[in-house]
Design a protein around this ligand. Structure first.
Ligand code: G3I
Length: 306
């Protein structure tokens, strides 16, 4: 019963949603999270600006709220996100030497991932592993590295620095690289797969690829090709932030079928429960309406999983 239960019955790890204190305060939203979702991703509370807005002064109020709720309610958590050019405090962006930036990355990851080590997996499924989006949105559309303080100062080595720090902090966690527009077998997908292969050939550090899947109408058409191309990197793959403009039932079931027919696709996370709390609310992209009632897309997904 419920989306998560039906998805797990197909052999997958979980179907989750993002959440944070602002949506955990809404009773109707919480009821749906409990009945239909097996995992939560902190929508904003684990980002750098929320956890270390001032250098080496860590603030975990929002993230603790999310983690405590998930632990109490038996939900798994995907940690999101350790190294991202956005929501990044100015004091990080203005670092201009390799040694300082390296130790700042290491200190951030040691503290944030360290606080939640062993706490992100909730009570199911087995085997139990923490999940982390270690690097987020580091590619341009052509598959090259996005310009950021990380790539500008450290080149590609920041990826290995970040993953090594996460591995050293939480040795059994599933460490993900996460990005958007990985929605067909495109240049960005190929650039990401090539980087994962380069990093992992030296030292198997990257366990998973997250494809966010913020889709437009019809955008699900490339999902199977994308998942197949990503799986060629030899890691597991998660759909980490799913929402689809207009929420056409056929678009949603196309994504679900693509994941079901790709063994490496282990999980789906919706980027929210209700349209009303979505970062792109006006495009009504989610499975539940403004009254937290299931939409046609929800019913279609349940049917596709039955
Ligand atoms: O908390 C402050 C509040 O104090 C302030 O008064 C208000 C005024 O702007 O801003 C609040 O912060 C906002 C924050 O969400 C919390 O609500 C930020 O402005 C706003 O930019 C931020 O948006 C988030 C966005 O990431 C940027 O971090 C969205 O909620 C969140 O859904 C979105 O999620 C991202 C993923 O992390 C990565 N992939 C893309 C995805 C969608 O953009």
């Amino acid at each position: 019963s419920g989306l998560d239960g039906k998805f797990k019955a197909k052999g997958k790890k979980f179907w989750g949603s993002c959440a944070d204190a602002n949506t955990l305060n809404i009773a109707a939203n919480v009821a749906v999270l409990k009945s239909d979702f097996g995992q939560v991703t902190p929508e904003n509370s684990m980002k750098w600006d929320a956890t270390e807005n001032t250098r080496n002064s860590f603030t975990f109020g929002g993230s603790d709220t999310l983690v405590n709720w998930a632990t109490t309610n038996g939900k798994q958590i995907r940690g999101h996100t350790l190294v991202w050019h956005s929501q990044l405090p100015g004091w990080v962006s203005s670092i201009n030497d390799k040694a300082t930036l390296t130790s700042v990355i290491q200190n951030h990851i040691t503290n944030v991932a360290g606080r939640y080590k062993g706490k992100l997996y909730g009570q199911s499924p087995s085997p139990l592993y923490d999940h982390w989006d270690v690097c987020n949105e580091i590619f341009n559309e052509d598959g090259s590295l996005r310009s950021s303080v990380f790539s500008n100062i450290l080149g590609e080595s920041f990826v290995t620095i970040a993953f090594q720090a996460a591995r050293a902090t939480d040795s059994t966690a599933k460490l993900y690289i996460n990005d958007y527009n990985l929605d067909s077998n495109n240049a960005k997908v190929r650039g990401l797969v090539a980087l994962v292969n380069r990093v992992n050939s030296a030292n198997k550090l990257i366990d998973g690829i997250g494809t966010q899947m913020h889709l437009g109408p019809g955008g699900a058409g490339g999902a199977l090709a994308a998942l197949t191309a990503l799986a060629a990197a030899g890691t597991e793959v998660g759909i980490t932030e799913l929402d689809i403009q207009g929420a056409a039932p056929n678009d949603y079931t196309t994504v679900v079928q693509a994941c079901l027919s790709t063994p490496a696709c282990v999980a789906i996370t919706s980027w929210g429960v209700s349209d009303t709390n979505s970062w792109r609310a006006s495009s009504t992209p989610l499975l539940f309406d403004g009254n937290y009632r299931p939409k046609a897309a929800y019913n279609a997904v349940i049917q596709a999983l039955s």
